[in-house]
Design a protein around this ligand. Structure first.
Ligand code: FAD
Ligand code: PYC
Length: 417
């Protein structure tokens, strides 16, 4: 694999940067693979990478109906944190956060992971009680989280308005210092490059239209817009389209898909040092390395498979942002878009085996799966390779909705849905 280093940069600069090779191949699909992953987002590409890297399973294809990273991976606001309430979730999300800490080195690709801290601001007694409960639960699980007064929150994030008379006055905040952001495209590209170098075929513009099963019910392959492809095992990592894909194997999933919108401002000089989230008024904000304010809203209130949403949702979010950060009142917004998020009844993901032999699923990350990318990918690869879940993802099985062993993370999921 072409390595990225200071030396490589100097060598290429002497050559007018004409010697860089494409980061991954554009192969024709083979007639069959040991494993097919449906969905070329960060989770699917990462799973393919770890199948090859950790489990030595290299006869793998990732099938993507559009372009890699063109789903929620390339549309999200990149907030990474692990301050979830329950023990199972703390283990899951902190596994991912620990992997983020070494990801650029592992991939030899700068995913621009920045632990600038995530501040969740409280506006009322209910918020305070809920956030403090999370702070205490997180600490018991060895996950960093601390409670700040409004003044301490302002010292951490100077643009924050803590004036007492506001409609949504800030009454305190929970801060996770190890939390932060990463560059979303780089995550998809870094995994694609790493997987390709290990022999994985990344096949774009290849929509899966059917899942084939034999007389025993076991999967045997997929039908796609580029023909039939055989497979011994299939991993589905299709985010907002999961219900549609799983229906191809005869499975009805406990998921609802909603549009979730985000927007960015014109770029400005560095002004915003951290990430701020207000769960109560559905607004979250950070500043990208390009200088744009990256702002996100709550989900639209109807189910849909459209990658766009209604205008009143971002308008409401911008009103909240202007109240919390009056300094931004005259900023212009440049772009607005939506993604389709797959939401479970308990706001926790589903990651494991399915009733169909050879079919595995990773979904239900809803509004919060970017933070989980390395962890989810690692655990999906483990589950496929071993045909059994890792202890970390074992509780996040599909059967919990029948058995009633829910992991209710509605408060930690943060974004209203
Ligand atoms: P995706 O990147 O969506 O990949 C799934 C892929 O499957 C897509 O590329 C799709 O084209 C492909 N696919 C679907 N059907 C088929 C088919 N039939 N055949 C082949 N391919 C198919 N999470 C956070 O942690 N922090 C945030 O700040 C955050 N903000 C968000 C803001 C917005 C606006 C949105 C929309 C989401 C946000 N999320 C956030 C959620 C996060 O983006 C997702 O949970 C995560 O990116 C899911 O990754 P993925 O790889 O599973 O899905
Ligand atoms: O899960 O932290 C999150 C998040 C923030 C914005 C959207 N999702």
């Amino acid at each position: 694999m072409q390595r990225y280093s200071a030396l490589a940069l100097i060598k290429q600069s002497l050559n007018g940067h004409k010697g860089w090779k494409p980061q991954w191949r554009d192969p024709e699909p083979k007639s069959s693979y040991d494993v097919i992953i449906i969905g070329g987002g960060g989770h699917g590409l990462g799973a393919a990478y770890y199948l090859a890297q950790k489990h030595g399973i290299r006869n793998v294809a990732v099938l993507e109906k559009g372009w890699i990273g063109g789903g929620n991976t390339g549309r999200n606001t990149t907030i990474i944190r692990s301050n979830y309430l329950f023990d199972e979730s703390a283990a899951l999300y902190d596994h991912a956060l620990q992997m983020w800490e070494g990801l650029s080195q592992d991939l030899n690709y700068n995913v621009m992971f920045s632990q600038r801290g995530v501040l969740m601001v409280a506006h009322n007694v209910h918020d305070e009680q809920s956030f403090k409960r999370h702070v205490y639960a997180n600490r018991l699980n060895g996950v960093d989280n601390e409670w700040l007064t409004p003044e301490q929150a302002k010292a951490f994030c100077p643009p924050l308005n803590i004036a007492p008379g506001m409609r949504h006055a800030v009454t305190g905040a929970a801060l996770q210092r190890r939390a932060g952001t990463a560059r979303h495209d780089a995550v998809a590209w870094g995994y694609a490059r790493g997987a390709d170098a290990l022999g994985v075929d990344i096949i774009q513009n290849c929509e899966v239209t059917g899942i084939e099963r034999d007389a025993t019910g076991r999967v045997t392959g997929v039908q796609t817009t580029r023909g039939r492809i055989g497979a011994r095992k299939i991993g589905v990592s299709a985010a907002g389209s999961t219900s549609l894909v799983m229906e191809m194997a005869g499975l009805r999933m406990p998921l609802e898909s909603y549009p979730l919108q985000a927007l960015v401002s014109e770029p400005v000089k560095p002004i915003f040092p951290c990430v701020v989230m207000s769960n109560t008024i559905h607004a979250y904000i950070s500043q990208s390395d390009k200088g744009e304010l990256v702002i996100g809203a709550g989900t639209d209130s109807y189910v849909s498979y459209s990658q766009r949403g209604a205008l009143h949702i971002p308008m409401h979010t911008l009103e909240a942002i202007c109240e919390l950060f009056p300094i931004f009142r005259r900023m212009r917004m440049m772009r607005n878009w939506g993604g389709i998020v797959d939401v479970t009844p308990d706001r926790s993901p589903i990651l494991g085996k399915t009733p169909v032999p050879g079919l595995y699923v990773n979904c239900g990350w809803g509004t919060g799966g970017f933070k989980a990318t390395p962890g989810a990918a690692d655990l999906l690869a483990y589950t496929i390779a071993k045909d059994e879940p890792h202890p970390i993802n074992a509780p996040f099985n599909l059967e919990r909705f029948g058995a009633g062993r829910l992991i209710d993370e509605a408060a930690a999921a943060a974004v209203a849905h």
